[in-house]
Design a binder for this molecule. Structure first.
Ligand code: FDA
Length: 509
């Protein structure tokens, strides 16, 4: 019997009953890290990427952390959580931009973290071209395992090897293969999930609505995905990577203005993304083929980039992963390092652009980027769409930013010292406001995996997150798919057990 979880968030009695229940259900005590234990804080902080969340007194932290080793541990956490009015948040790689996998905002929320970093196996079936990957694996571990078993196969997912599969797949997942193959979730063919009753479901038992929802509807809403069955994609023996750098004084703004119309229309095999910084613009590309094939293509389609043979770096696809994210000295083994990225305070926001931004506006944008240098740093990662990612229908998965999108902009504002980053954050809000007329409208779209609580937070009304309030942020991430996601939520988790500041609220018909 699982009682309806009218979660007591204001009274916080001892968590003894909950922890006792976990141990009775065969979770060994050494996998349960209570607040009182010396291991609690180091484990809580172990996968926090953003130092602004390291000051754990500023947020509500979990009653305890369960380092799950088996599916039954996840199930036990959910069943005991419901019995003892403790919610569960899953943490896979801990990269959530708002830290929602390990902290709660505002009012006291009784929750535990189920950390999946101990559940990270990858089983590749080279003959079938598929793999089962557990949510606690990182993208680096996934890519490495695929390459070890099948060097001519790869997978279309994010650029950063430390990102966790669990959260990343839950929100879509894109990277340098997005134009050729689309998103990570476009290649998920099955999954196993622990639902809000603590039951373990595969695709058949889940039903197509829930299976649809977990492929891009955002982490933390529908259950805890234990593992994903994915279809791998072919990669050629040689790929070519290049970086062409231009300064604003050497035509960067002209080339960027042209890039907007060219990059989304290039053949599927090439992705030329942009990293814009106050004093330079890097055109970073990966081509699925050799330099000899690439050069005539670039000279014909994008002559203004003035790319030459000297810019070409030929390598295997797996070598391109450390090269692009960690630099030219990094090795393939480095992508297995779960803490290879540095920790720095950031605020991340995103936009989608459907019409090219005029050159005069880009000039103003660069003037704004240059203003920040006194109290922080900024990078805009600008990823071109078109090709496969845009050809898939926007209702095929919850990720709706498909046909007609030219590119995604991720704004990353960095600052040192003061965790509040007051000046940098004000600058970042001003830039976001400035961009409004030039980006998608009604709704102004954003990428769910670039979580941004400034877009809105859930409001709980009579114990349930309100659909009406959720629409404010939800339609930005999911457009028309938000309503279907909310209906699925009502079907599979009507009590709103899996809940966070931006989880999908239930919509009852
Ligand atoms: P984390 O463990 O923090 O989980 C994120 C959310 O998903 C939380 O709400 C959590 O509760 C939930 N969740 C986690 N595991 C779950 C599970 N098994 N089942 C259900 N819910 C679960 N994105 C991208 O598309 N392309 C990219 O190249 C990058 N690059 C990148 C680099 C860096 C340095 C960062 C910090 C982030 C990115 N991202 C990205 C964004 C990334 O995809 C996003 O933050 C993911 O949610 C991270 O997944 P984790 O498992 O690491 O996060």
């Amino acid at each position: 019997y699982i009682p309806s979880p009218a979660i007591a968030s204001d009274h916080d009695p001892s968590s003894k009953g909950f922890i006792h229940c976990l141990t009775k259900k065969s979770i060994p005590p050494w996998l349960i890290h209570k607040r009182s234990s010396s291991s609690y804080t180091p484990i809580l902080k172990s996968s926090i990427r953003n130092p602004k969340f390291l000051n754990t007194t500023a947020s509500t932290t979990p009653l305890c952390i369960v380092m799950a080793k088996k599916t039954s541990h996840i199930q036990a956490a959910v069943v005991c959580g419901r019995q003892h009015r403790v919610r569960v948040r899953a943490r896979s790689g801990g990269h959530d931009y708002e830290g929602l996998s390990y902290r709660a905002e505002g009012r006291l929320e009784r929750f535990t973290v189920v950390d999946l970093s101990g559940m990270r196996s990858v089983r590749v079936d080279a003959a079938r071209g598929t793999a089962w990957v557990q949510s606690g694996a990182t993208l680096g571990e996934l890519y490495h395992a695929i390459w070890s078993s099948a060097p001519r196969l790869g997978f279309a997912a994010g650029v950063c090897p430390t990102v966790g599969v669990g959260g990343h797949f839950s929100g879509g997942g894109f990277g340098m293969l997005q134009r050729k193959y689309g998103l990570a979730v476009d290649h998920v063919v099955n999954a196993t999930l622990v639902d809000a009753r603590g039951d373990l479901l595969g695709r058949d038992a889940m039903g197509e609505d829930l299976f649809w929802a977990i492929r891009g509807g955002g982490g933390g809403s529908f259950g805890i995905v234990v593992s994903w069955h994915i279809k791998l994609v072919p990669v050629p023996p040689t790929v070519t990577v290049f970086d062409v750098v231009r300064t604003p004084e050497r035509g960067a703004i002209d080339v960027l203005t042209k890039w907007q119309e060219i990059a989304p229309r290039l053949p599927d095999d090439i992705m030329v993304r942009v990293i814009a910084e106050p004093r330079r613009v890097t055109f970073e590309a990966m081509y699925l083929g050799t330099c000899d094939e690439l050069l005539p293509l670039m000279h014909h389609r994008f002559p203004d980039l003035a790319m030459t043979r000297a810019d070409c770096n030929e390598m295997t696809w797996i070598e391109s992963i450390p090269y692009i994210h960690l630099g030219s000295n990094a090795t393939v083994a480095d992508i297995l390092n779960r803490s290879s990225i540095s920790r720095v305070n950031t605020k991340n926001r995103s936009d989608y652009v459907r019409h090219p931004i005029p050159k005069s506006i880009w000039k103003k944008i660069f003037a704004k980027l240059q203003q920040l240098t006194n109290f922080g740093e900024v990078q805009l990662f600008i990823d071109p769409y078109g090709a496969k990612i845009s050809r898939i229908h926007e209702s095929a998965t919850p990720f709706p930013h498909r046909e007609g999108v030219l590119y995604n902009i991720q704004y990353i504002t960095y600052w040192n010292g003061d965790a509040n980053g007051t000046l940098a954050l004000k600058w970042s809000r001003d830039l976001y406001k400035f961009m409004e007329p030039y980006v998608s409208k009604n709704p102004r779209e954003a990428y769910a995996n670039y979580r941004d609580l400034d877009l809105g937070r859930n409001k709980v009304v009579n114990g349930i997150s309100s659909y009406h309030h959720g629409k404010v942020w939800g339609e930005k991430y999911f457009r028309a798919n938000f309503e279907r996601l909310a209906k699925v939520k009502a079907m599979v988790d009507p009590d709103d057990y899996f809940r966070n500041e931006q989880s999908i609220p239930p919509l009852f018909e």
